[in-house]
Ligand binder design. Structure first.
Ligand SMILES: [Zn+2]
Ligand SMILES: [Zn+2]
Length: 206
Protein backbone atom coordinates (compact mmCIF):
# COMPACT_ATOMS: atom_id res chain seq x y z
CA UNK A 1 0.00 0.00 0.00
CA UNK A 2 1.52 3.24 -1.09
CA UNK A 3 -0.74 5.68 0.72
CA UNK A 4 1.12 8.69 2.07
CA UNK A 5 1.21 8.63 5.86
CA UNK A 6 0.59 12.37 6.17
CA UNK A 7 -1.56 14.07 3.57
CA UNK A 8 -0.52 17.68 3.09
CA UNK A 9 -3.44 19.66 1.66
CA UNK A 10 -2.63 22.09 -1.15
CA UNK A 11 -2.64 25.78 -0.36
CA UNK A 12 -6.11 27.18 -0.85
CA UNK A 13 -7.37 30.70 -0.37
CA UNK A 14 -9.62 31.22 2.65
CA UNK A 15 -13.30 30.94 1.71
CA UNK A 16 -15.63 33.91 2.01
CA UNK A 17 -17.04 32.84 5.37
CA UNK A 18 -13.53 32.56 6.79
CA UNK A 19 -12.92 36.23 6.11
CA UNK A 20 -14.89 39.14 7.39
CA UNK A 21 -15.27 42.72 6.26
CA UNK A 22 -14.51 43.83 9.81
CA UNK A 23 -11.05 42.29 9.75
CA UNK A 24 -8.90 41.19 6.80
CA UNK A 25 -7.33 38.43 8.89
CA UNK A 26 -8.83 35.03 7.93
CA UNK A 27 -10.40 33.14 10.84
CA UNK A 28 -9.62 29.67 9.52
CA UNK A 29 -7.06 28.60 12.13
CA UNK A 30 -8.94 30.13 15.04
CA UNK A 31 -12.22 28.41 14.42
CA UNK A 32 -11.35 25.15 12.65
CA UNK A 33 -11.27 23.26 15.94
CA UNK A 34 -14.31 25.01 17.43
CA UNK A 35 -16.83 24.79 14.62
CA UNK A 36 -15.68 22.11 12.29
CA UNK A 37 -19.11 22.21 10.65
CA UNK A 38 -18.83 25.58 8.97
CA UNK A 39 -21.27 24.55 6.18
CA UNK A 40 -24.02 24.61 8.81
CA UNK A 41 -23.62 28.30 9.61
CA UNK A 42 -22.72 29.12 5.98
CA UNK A 43 -26.19 27.87 5.01
CA UNK A 44 -27.50 30.74 7.15
CA UNK A 45 -25.12 33.20 5.42
CA UNK A 46 -23.10 33.66 8.64
CA UNK A 47 -19.34 34.13 8.44
CA UNK A 48 -17.22 32.27 11.00
CA UNK A 49 -16.73 35.51 12.92
CA UNK A 50 -20.46 36.22 13.00
CA UNK A 51 -21.14 32.67 14.16
CA UNK A 52 -18.55 33.13 16.92
CA UNK A 53 -20.38 36.26 18.02
CA UNK A 54 -23.70 34.40 18.00
CA UNK A 55 -22.25 31.58 20.13
CA UNK A 56 -20.70 34.05 22.53
CA UNK A 57 -24.04 35.84 22.87
CA UNK A 58 -25.92 32.60 23.63
CA UNK A 59 -23.17 31.44 26.03
CA UNK A 60 -24.03 27.83 25.15
CA UNK A 61 -27.58 28.06 26.51
CA UNK A 62 -30.97 28.42 24.83
CA UNK A 63 -31.56 32.13 24.36
CA UNK A 64 -35.25 31.87 25.26
CA UNK A 65 -35.43 29.49 28.24
CA UNK A 66 -31.76 29.13 29.26
CA UNK A 67 -31.73 25.35 28.85
CA UNK A 68 -28.34 23.61 28.39
CA UNK A 69 -27.55 21.96 25.02
CA UNK A 70 -27.57 18.50 26.67
CA UNK A 71 -31.37 18.76 26.83
CA UNK A 72 -31.56 19.30 23.08
CA UNK A 73 -31.64 16.89 20.20
CA UNK A 74 -28.11 15.76 19.18
CA UNK A 75 -26.83 17.61 22.25
CA UNK A 76 -26.64 20.98 20.53
CA UNK A 77 -28.67 24.11 20.09
CA UNK A 78 -30.51 24.88 16.87
CA UNK A 79 -29.98 27.92 14.65
CA UNK A 80 -33.38 29.63 14.56
CA UNK A 81 -34.28 31.81 11.56
CA UNK A 82 -37.28 33.67 10.19
CA UNK A 83 -38.41 31.47 7.30
CA UNK A 84 -40.50 34.28 5.82
CA UNK A 85 -37.38 36.42 5.27
CA UNK A 86 -34.87 33.74 4.29
CA UNK A 87 -32.03 31.60 5.60
CA UNK A 88 -29.95 34.68 6.44
CA UNK A 89 -32.49 36.01 8.99
CA UNK A 90 -31.03 34.22 12.03
CA UNK A 91 -32.78 35.13 15.27
CA UNK A 92 -30.54 33.18 17.63
CA UNK A 93 -29.70 29.80 19.14
CA UNK A 94 -32.54 27.80 20.69
CA UNK A 95 -33.09 24.44 22.38
CA UNK A 96 -35.14 21.86 20.49
CA UNK A 97 -38.28 22.55 22.52
CA UNK A 98 -38.23 26.33 21.98
CA UNK A 99 -37.41 25.94 18.29
CA UNK A 100 -40.34 23.54 17.87
CA UNK A 101 -42.62 25.86 19.84
CA UNK A 102 -41.81 28.72 17.47
CA UNK A 103 -42.62 26.43 14.56
CA UNK A 104 -46.20 26.06 15.76
CA UNK A 105 -46.56 29.78 16.38
CA UNK A 106 -45.69 30.34 20.04
CA UNK A 107 -44.21 33.78 19.31
CA UNK A 108 -46.60 35.36 21.81
CA UNK A 109 -45.18 33.49 24.83
CA UNK A 110 -43.47 35.82 27.33
CA UNK A 111 -40.12 33.99 27.15
CA UNK A 112 -39.87 34.83 23.43
CA UNK A 113 -40.68 38.52 23.76
CA UNK A 114 -37.17 39.74 24.54
CA UNK A 115 -35.58 37.07 22.35
CA UNK A 116 -37.47 38.17 19.24
CA UNK A 117 -36.75 41.86 19.75
CA UNK A 118 -33.03 41.05 20.14
CA UNK A 119 -32.86 38.95 16.96
CA UNK A 120 -29.29 38.54 15.72
CA UNK A 121 -30.10 39.49 12.13
CA UNK A 122 -31.36 42.88 13.31
CA UNK A 123 -27.85 43.55 14.65
CA UNK A 124 -26.30 42.51 11.32
CA UNK A 125 -28.70 44.72 9.36
CA UNK A 126 -28.03 47.68 11.65
CA UNK A 127 -24.26 47.27 11.24
CA UNK A 128 -24.64 47.22 7.45
CA UNK A 129 -27.09 50.16 7.66
CA UNK A 130 -29.77 48.39 5.61
CA UNK A 131 -33.31 47.13 6.29
CA UNK A 132 -34.76 43.71 5.53
CA UNK A 133 -36.11 45.06 2.27
CA UNK A 134 -33.68 46.48 -0.28
CA UNK A 135 -35.05 47.90 -3.53
CA UNK A 136 -33.99 46.02 -6.66
CA UNK A 137 -31.09 47.77 -8.44
CA UNK A 138 -31.73 48.92 -12.03
CA UNK A 139 -31.14 47.07 -15.29
CA UNK A 140 -27.43 46.54 -15.99
CA UNK A 141 -26.48 46.56 -12.31
CA UNK A 142 -23.84 44.07 -11.20
CA UNK A 143 -24.32 42.95 -7.60
CA UNK A 144 -21.79 40.96 -5.58
CA UNK A 145 -23.27 38.30 -3.29
CA UNK A 146 -22.01 37.03 0.08
CA UNK A 147 -19.15 35.15 -1.56
CA UNK A 148 -18.22 38.11 -3.80
CA UNK A 149 -19.72 36.40 -6.88
CA UNK A 150 -21.14 38.77 -9.50
CA UNK A 151 -24.79 38.72 -10.62
CA UNK A 152 -26.05 41.01 -13.41
CA UNK A 153 -29.60 42.23 -13.93
CA UNK A 154 -30.48 41.74 -17.58
CA UNK A 155 -33.08 40.37 -19.89
CA UNK A 156 -32.43 36.63 -20.19
CA UNK A 157 -31.33 35.97 -23.77
CA UNK A 158 -33.30 32.74 -23.86
CA UNK A 159 -36.53 34.47 -22.89
CA UNK A 160 -37.12 36.79 -25.86
CA UNK A 161 -40.89 36.54 -25.37
CA UNK A 162 -40.83 38.43 -22.08
CA UNK A 163 -39.56 41.79 -20.94
CA UNK A 164 -38.87 40.50 -17.42
CA UNK A 165 -35.41 41.25 -16.09
CA UNK A 166 -33.65 38.60 -14.08
CA UNK A 167 -30.32 38.14 -12.30
CA UNK A 168 -27.77 36.12 -14.22
CA UNK A 169 -24.75 34.56 -12.48
CA UNK A 170 -21.71 36.08 -14.20
CA UNK A 171 -19.30 33.78 -12.37
CA UNK A 172 -20.48 30.69 -14.25
CA UNK A 173 -19.08 29.95 -17.66
CA UNK A 174 -22.48 29.03 -19.08
CA UNK A 175 -24.97 31.08 -17.07
CA UNK A 176 -28.31 29.37 -17.55
CA UNK A 177 -30.22 29.95 -14.36
CA UNK A 178 -31.76 33.41 -14.12
CA UNK A 179 -32.88 34.21 -10.60
CA UNK A 180 -35.25 36.75 -9.12
CA UNK A 181 -34.20 39.55 -6.78
CA UNK A 182 -36.30 37.93 -4.05
CA UNK A 183 -34.30 34.72 -4.41
CA UNK A 184 -30.99 36.60 -4.32
CA UNK A 185 -31.89 38.55 -1.17
CA UNK A 186 -33.41 35.56 0.60
CA UNK A 187 -30.32 33.44 -0.05
CA UNK A 188 -27.69 36.04 0.85
CA UNK A 189 -29.40 38.57 3.05
CA UNK A 190 -29.61 42.27 2.12
CA UNK A 191 -26.57 43.04 4.30
CA UNK A 192 -24.36 40.78 2.16
CA UNK A 193 -25.36 42.22 -1.24
CA UNK A 194 -23.60 45.25 -2.67
CA UNK A 195 -23.83 46.96 -6.04
CA UNK A 196 -20.45 46.77 -7.75
CA UNK A 197 -21.15 48.71 -10.96
CA UNK A 198 -23.83 49.58 -13.52
CA UNK A 199 -23.16 48.35 -17.04
CA UNK A 200 -24.97 51.06 -18.95
CA UNK A 201 -24.68 49.39 -22.36
CA UNK A 202 -27.46 47.05 -21.23
CA UNK A 203 -29.88 49.90 -20.70
CA UNK A 204 -31.91 50.40 -23.89
CA UNK A 205 -31.94 53.93 -25.34
CA UNK A 206 -35.24 55.65 -24.63
ZN1 LIG B 1 -17.03 28.52 10.74
ZN1 LIG C 1 -35.32 26.82 25.13
Amino acid sequence: MLFPTAFIPPHVEPRWWERDATSPEPTRNVTAAEHGQCPTHVKYALTCRQFDRLMARADNHCEACGSAPENSRFGRLAIDHVTKLGWWAVRGLLCTACNAALHVGALGLPRFREYVSNAFYLTLLAEAKVTDHVAEPPLGAVVLDAGGRPWRREQPARWPWTSEHRWMPRHRRYPQAPETWEWLTSRNGPHHLRVDRIESHLIPAA
